[in-house]
Write a protein that binds this ligand. Structure first.
Ligand SMILES: [Fe+2]
Length: 192
Protein backbone atom coordinates (compact mmCIF):
# COMPACT_ATOMS: atom_id res chain seq x y z
CA UNK A 1 0.00 0.00 0.00
CA UNK A 2 2.89 2.38 0.68
CA UNK A 3 3.98 2.40 -2.97
CA UNK A 4 0.50 3.51 -4.01
CA UNK A 5 1.02 6.81 -2.17
CA UNK A 6 4.61 7.54 -3.22
CA UNK A 7 5.62 10.05 -5.89
CA UNK A 8 6.87 8.40 -9.07
CA UNK A 9 10.52 9.43 -8.77
CA UNK A 10 10.87 8.78 -5.04
CA UNK A 11 13.98 6.62 -5.43
CA UNK A 12 15.89 9.62 -6.84
CA UNK A 13 16.43 10.82 -3.27
CA UNK A 14 18.68 8.49 -1.19
CA UNK A 15 16.98 9.73 2.00
CA UNK A 16 13.81 8.07 0.73
CA UNK A 17 15.48 4.66 0.46
CA UNK A 18 16.33 4.89 4.16
CA UNK A 19 12.81 6.04 5.02
CA UNK A 20 11.40 3.14 2.98
CA UNK A 21 13.49 0.61 4.93
CA UNK A 22 12.72 2.30 8.27
CA UNK A 23 8.98 2.17 7.46
CA UNK A 24 9.19 -1.61 7.02
CA UNK A 25 11.18 -1.96 10.25
CA UNK A 26 8.53 0.00 12.18
CA UNK A 27 5.79 -2.08 10.51
CA UNK A 28 7.43 -5.36 11.58
CA UNK A 29 7.80 -4.13 15.17
CA UNK A 30 4.17 -3.05 15.33
CA UNK A 31 3.02 -6.41 13.99
CA UNK A 32 5.18 -8.43 16.40
CA UNK A 33 3.92 -6.48 19.42
CA UNK A 34 0.28 -6.44 18.27
CA UNK A 35 0.37 -10.21 17.73
CA UNK A 36 1.08 -10.69 21.43
CA UNK A 37 -2.01 -8.77 22.51
CA UNK A 38 -5.68 -9.65 22.37
CA UNK A 39 -6.75 -6.10 21.49
CA UNK A 40 -4.65 -5.14 18.45
CA UNK A 41 -4.89 -6.51 14.90
CA UNK A 42 -1.34 -7.39 13.74
CA UNK A 43 -2.08 -6.70 10.04
CA UNK A 44 -3.56 -3.29 10.80
CA UNK A 45 -0.61 -2.53 13.07
CA UNK A 46 1.74 -3.48 10.20
CA UNK A 47 -0.12 -1.18 7.80
CA UNK A 48 0.05 1.75 10.23
CA UNK A 49 3.78 1.24 10.76
CA UNK A 50 4.35 1.03 7.03
CA UNK A 51 2.47 4.25 6.30
CA UNK A 52 3.51 6.48 9.23
CA UNK A 53 6.26 8.34 7.32
CA UNK A 54 4.54 8.54 3.92
CA UNK A 55 4.61 12.36 4.00
CA UNK A 56 8.41 12.37 4.05
CA UNK A 57 8.61 11.00 0.50
CA UNK A 58 6.79 14.10 -0.71
CA UNK A 59 9.19 16.61 0.83
CA UNK A 60 12.79 17.69 0.25
CA UNK A 61 15.03 16.80 3.25
CA UNK A 62 15.13 20.40 4.54
CA UNK A 63 11.35 20.30 4.94
CA UNK A 64 11.16 16.80 6.42
CA UNK A 65 9.82 18.23 9.66
CA UNK A 66 6.51 18.88 7.84
CA UNK A 67 6.03 15.18 7.05
CA UNK A 68 3.51 14.36 9.83
CA UNK A 69 1.09 16.98 8.47
CA UNK A 70 1.78 16.24 4.79
CA UNK A 71 1.09 12.53 5.41
CA UNK A 72 -2.08 13.50 7.21
CA UNK A 73 -3.29 15.68 4.32
CA UNK A 74 -2.47 12.96 1.80
CA UNK A 75 -4.51 10.30 3.58
CA UNK A 76 -7.20 12.10 5.53
CA UNK A 77 -10.07 11.62 3.16
CA UNK A 78 -9.61 8.02 2.03
CA UNK A 79 -8.04 6.74 5.28
CA UNK A 80 -8.60 8.96 8.31
CA UNK A 81 -7.23 6.25 10.64
CA UNK A 82 -3.87 6.17 8.82
CA UNK A 83 -3.89 9.98 8.63
CA UNK A 84 -4.20 10.07 12.44
CA UNK A 85 -1.10 7.86 12.72
CA UNK A 86 0.85 10.14 10.35
CA UNK A 87 0.13 13.36 12.25
CA UNK A 88 0.62 11.89 15.72
CA UNK A 89 3.63 9.59 15.40
CA UNK A 90 6.35 12.01 16.60
CA UNK A 91 4.25 13.44 19.45
CA UNK A 92 3.69 11.10 22.42
CA UNK A 93 2.24 14.07 24.29
CA UNK A 94 -0.28 16.02 22.18
CA UNK A 95 -0.12 18.99 24.55
CA UNK A 96 3.67 19.31 24.51
CA UNK A 97 3.80 22.70 22.81
CA UNK A 98 7.51 23.17 23.36
CA UNK A 99 8.38 19.79 21.86
CA UNK A 100 6.05 20.31 18.87
CA UNK A 101 7.59 23.70 18.10
CA UNK A 102 11.08 22.27 18.47
CA UNK A 103 10.17 19.37 16.18
CA UNK A 104 8.87 21.90 13.62
CA UNK A 105 12.23 23.70 13.70
CA UNK A 106 10.57 26.75 15.25
CA UNK A 107 8.22 27.13 12.26
CA UNK A 108 5.33 28.57 14.26
CA UNK A 109 2.78 28.28 11.47
CA UNK A 110 3.51 24.59 11.00
CA UNK A 111 3.51 23.93 14.76
CA UNK A 112 0.13 25.67 15.17
CA UNK A 113 -1.34 23.66 12.31
CA UNK A 114 -0.02 20.40 13.82
CA UNK A 115 -1.52 21.29 17.20
CA UNK A 116 -4.84 22.12 15.62
CA UNK A 117 -5.00 18.76 13.84
CA UNK A 118 -3.84 16.85 16.94
CA UNK A 119 -6.86 18.21 18.80
CA UNK A 120 -9.05 16.21 16.41
CA UNK A 121 -7.13 12.94 16.82
CA UNK A 122 -7.99 10.22 19.29
CA UNK A 123 -4.99 8.94 21.28
CA UNK A 124 -5.81 5.25 20.90
CA UNK A 125 -3.59 2.20 21.38
CA UNK A 126 -2.57 2.04 17.69
CA UNK A 127 -1.42 5.65 17.85
CA UNK A 128 0.67 4.83 20.90
CA UNK A 129 1.98 1.60 19.37
CA UNK A 130 3.36 3.44 16.33
CA UNK A 131 4.81 6.25 18.45
CA UNK A 132 6.70 3.63 20.41
CA UNK A 133 7.75 1.47 17.44
CA UNK A 134 8.99 4.50 15.51
CA UNK A 135 11.21 5.52 18.41
CA UNK A 136 12.80 2.11 18.90
CA UNK A 137 13.30 1.42 15.17
CA UNK A 138 16.39 2.39 13.21
CA UNK A 139 16.64 1.80 9.45
CA UNK A 140 16.94 -1.94 9.80
CA UNK A 141 16.94 -2.82 13.50
CA UNK A 142 15.82 -1.93 17.00
CA UNK A 143 17.28 0.07 19.89
CA UNK A 144 15.99 1.13 23.30
CA UNK A 145 14.25 4.49 23.84
CA UNK A 146 17.23 5.56 25.92
CA UNK A 147 19.66 4.79 23.08
CA UNK A 148 17.50 6.64 20.57
CA UNK A 149 17.37 9.70 22.79
CA UNK A 150 21.12 9.63 23.18
CA UNK A 151 21.29 9.65 19.39
CA UNK A 152 18.94 12.67 19.22
CA UNK A 153 21.09 14.38 21.78
CA UNK A 154 24.30 13.72 19.85
CA UNK A 155 22.82 14.41 16.40
CA UNK A 156 20.64 17.42 17.11
CA UNK A 157 22.12 18.69 20.37
CA UNK A 158 18.79 18.49 22.20
CA UNK A 159 19.53 18.06 25.89
CA UNK A 160 18.20 14.94 27.57
CA UNK A 161 16.82 17.05 30.37
CA UNK A 162 14.87 19.08 27.86
CA UNK A 163 13.46 15.93 26.29
CA UNK A 164 12.53 14.34 29.55
CA UNK A 165 9.23 15.87 30.61
CA UNK A 166 7.48 16.12 27.26
CA UNK A 167 9.00 13.16 25.56
CA UNK A 168 10.69 10.41 27.54
CA UNK A 169 8.01 10.20 30.21
CA UNK A 170 5.06 9.61 27.86
CA UNK A 171 7.12 7.13 25.81
CA UNK A 172 8.01 5.11 28.89
CA UNK A 173 4.37 5.21 29.89
CA UNK A 174 3.43 3.74 26.49
CA UNK A 175 6.11 1.06 26.85
CA UNK A 176 4.61 0.04 30.20
CA UNK A 177 1.14 -0.09 28.69
CA UNK A 178 2.34 -2.30 25.81
CA UNK A 179 4.09 -4.59 28.27
CA UNK A 180 0.86 -4.96 30.19
CA UNK A 181 -1.02 -5.79 26.99
CA UNK A 182 1.58 -8.30 25.78
CA UNK A 183 2.64 -9.57 29.17
CA UNK A 184 6.18 -9.43 27.79
CA UNK A 185 9.28 -7.28 27.81
CA UNK A 186 8.83 -5.45 24.50
CA UNK A 187 12.56 -5.09 23.86
CA UNK A 188 12.92 -8.84 24.22
CA UNK A 189 10.10 -9.32 21.73
CA UNK A 190 11.78 -7.07 19.16
CA UNK A 191 15.35 -8.20 19.63
CA UNK A 192 14.51 -11.88 19.31
FE1 LIG B 1 8.42 10.22 11.01
Amino acid sequence: MLEKFLPQNWRANPRNERTFDHSHTVARAAKVIAAQTSVLDPELAYLYGLMHDVGKFHLPPRESYKHPRVGYELLKSPHSDIAAICISHPFPDFDARHHILQYCKNDEVEAAEVQKILQTVEENTYVELIQFCDKVSTIDGYISIEEKLKWYNETYGISLQELNAEYIKPLLHIKKKLEKLTNRDVYELLLK
